[in-house]
Design a protein around this ligand. Structure first.
Ligand code: GLN
Length: 547
């Protein structure tokens, strides 16, 4: 078993997650069984209760763990690695486990301390995450020098000592800033950051330097000398303006894979990226252009719908379609009369005059709370009336159900009981057992659930006529079953049903080119190498119906 530890220096947001995922991608394509783990220094048990404004998207694994969005990046860059709650560790979880054990008498009267008790708990979790794989990549959140990450750094130092240096490699991702006034790149911040690491006893084997331009030979030599790293262990992680999926190939060309393998005392193998690269090329040299509106409420945040943007990209690469995304903040539409001009007035870039004429598809994403929901209902209605392909995800499906109830079934005050607890027509509501335990975090349907697909539907077609599919969930409210006959009589199809509890998993509309909502979050399972079938079908509908 081999281990790769990835730390970050100088400042945050250098893209450690993408760096770790790209290395994992290379290793997997070279035939190794890899997996990844994120160690997050915050005290929250998990990001499930954090606002998207704080933390971006909450990613969900098959076993229902609510994790950091980096786990999504890991999944998207790998094909065979599987992820569960063991792959996402926070300081909160570590302390929680240690304190519980102390209360249960698990430490036999000893003084419980950061070293060894906290560090042992961290090391045990690293060990557990690696089981069944050849190589585990561990990303340490935060920046070296932060107080919060010290126990994690001490734990990985010990871990490498325990398993032997031939079985562990330390990669440090830093920033080499470009000073335009001086016309040169500066190595000093990296030197300081490595010094900081060395004080804790970690000597990095490989430096990944985020730079604007390439690193000159002199630069590499200087960094190697001052940071005590092999000359061929300094790599440039240049900014790229195309797509992050090009990074594995860029790293490969620089020889990063062979350097990592030799540091791990593994036999050299090359990574076969031909299929991967051809998908990237189909994205960069597209045959089609489609414009997709994301009608949501966290549209101003780059990371809040991260998996959705990525899943659209995967589907785009699959169909060789470039996807232009227009973000509509539906909160601005709340309370307005549905009309095209209202949407144009939102000041959408590039949307002049005939707004819907430019739109190939509308995607209504998930979310919590009533803000922006009326605007989403408006967008669902306009998509339905104007025969524009429309894809509702989780809250998006619920909004489609509300649109159908109000405007097809004529139940004008239909709503979800989440947004109007007193509505006479709660077409979306809580199940009885959920009502009893309405505390935060505890009542959500989380993780993978099966859905039986009704044949002959658009959903069945999208999934290639597979009878049962499994997608991940993160929600509390459900379609209220006793409204089903009324909806069906009005032309709504329930195209997927959960076999265990008979809950509605998907709805679609007869006679519309593609009006489909799912209770799940199919974006979480989409990968560049295996796009989500529903996203692929949505993008295909956007290409074909709007030609
Ligand atoms: N707020 C809705 C629910 O809890 C939808 C959740 C979501 O879109 N993830 O059911």
């Amino acid at each position: 078993m081999k281990y790769i530890f990835i730390t970050g220096g100088v400042c945050s947001s250098l893209g450690k997650g993408v760096c770790a995922a790209s290395i994992a991608c290379l290793l997997e394509h070279a035939g190794f069984r890899v997996t990844l783990q994120k160690l997050d220094p915050y005290l929250n048990i998990d990001p499930g209760t954090m606002s998207p404004f704080q933390h971006g998207e909450v990613y969900v694994t098959d076993d229902g763990a609510e994790t950091d969005l980096d786990l999504g990046t890991y999944e998207r860059f790998t094909q065979h690695a599987s992820f569960s709650r063991i792959n996402s560790v926070s300081t909160g979880q570590i302390y929680d486990a240690v304190i519980r054990r102390e209360r249960a008498g698990g430490y036999l009267g000893k003084t419980v301390q950061i070293i060894p008790h906290i560090t042992d708990e961290i090391k045990a979790r690293i060990k557990a995450a690696g089981k069944g794989h050849d190589i585990l990549l561990v990303e340490i959140g935060g920046t070296v020098g932060d107080i919060e990450s010290v126990p994690f750094l001490e734990a990985i130092r010990q871990f490498a000592f325990d398993v032997g240096r031939e079985n562990a490699v330390f990669i440090h991702l830093t920033l080499v800033p470009w000073l335009s006034a001086a016309g040169e790149a500066k190595t000093k911040p990296t030197q300081h950051s490595v010094k900081e690491l060395m004080q804790i006893g970690i000597v990095p084997d490989i430096l990944m330097c985020r730079t604007l331009h390439d690193l000159s030979v002199e630069m590499r030599e200087k960094l190697a000398l001052f940071c005590n790293v092999d000359r061929d262990g300094v790599f440039a992680a240049r900014n790229i303006d195309t797509t992050i999926y090009e990074i594995p190939q860029i790293y490969r060309e620089q020889g990063l894979l062979s350097k990592v393998l030799s540091k791990l005392h593994l036999e050299h193998k090359d990574a076969d990226l031909s299929e991967w690269n051809s998908r990237v090329r189909r994205w960069l040299e597209p045959e089609h252009l489609v414009t997709i509106v994301i009608a949501g409420k966290y549209t101003e945040l780059q990371d809040a719908y991260k998996s959705i943007y990525e899943a659209l990209m995967h589907a785009g690469a699959h169909h060789s379609a470039k996807i232009r995304i227009l973000r509509v903040d539906t909160e601005l539409l709340d309370g307005k009369t549905p009309s095209e001009s209202v949407i144009i007035l939102d000041g959408l870039e590039g949307a002049h005059g005939d707004f819907f004429g430019q739109v190939s598809g509308i995607l209504i994403p998930g979310g919590f709370g009533s803000r922006g929901v009326e605007g989403m209902v408006m967008m669902a209605r306009l998509a339905r009336e104007k025969a524009i392909p429309c894809f509702g995800i989780c809250l998006g499906m619920q909004v489609m159900a509300i649109d159908c109830a109000r405007h097809i079934l004529g139940l004008a005050s239909a709503n979800s009981s989440e947004f109007d607890p007193g509505t006479p027509h709660p077409v979306i509501s809580l199940l009885e057992e959920q009502k009893k335990v309405m505390d935060m975090g505890g009542t959500m349907r989380l993780g993978s659930y099966d859905a039986v697909i009704v044949s002959g539907t658009k959903m069945a077609e999208a999934y290639g006529n597979i009878a049962v599919v499994s997608e991940r969930h993160r929600h509390r409210y459900e379609f209220t079953s006793h409204y089903r006959p009324q909806f069906e009589a009005a032309g709504v199809l329930f195209s997927a049903i959960n076999p265990d509890n008979d809950l509605v998993e998907g709805i679609e509309l007869n006679g519309h080119p593609w009006y489909l909502g799912v209770q799940s979050h199919p974006e979480f399972k989409s990968r560049l190498s295996a796009p989500s079938p529903l996203f692929a079908a949505f993008v295909e509908a956007a290409i074909t119906t709007r030609l």
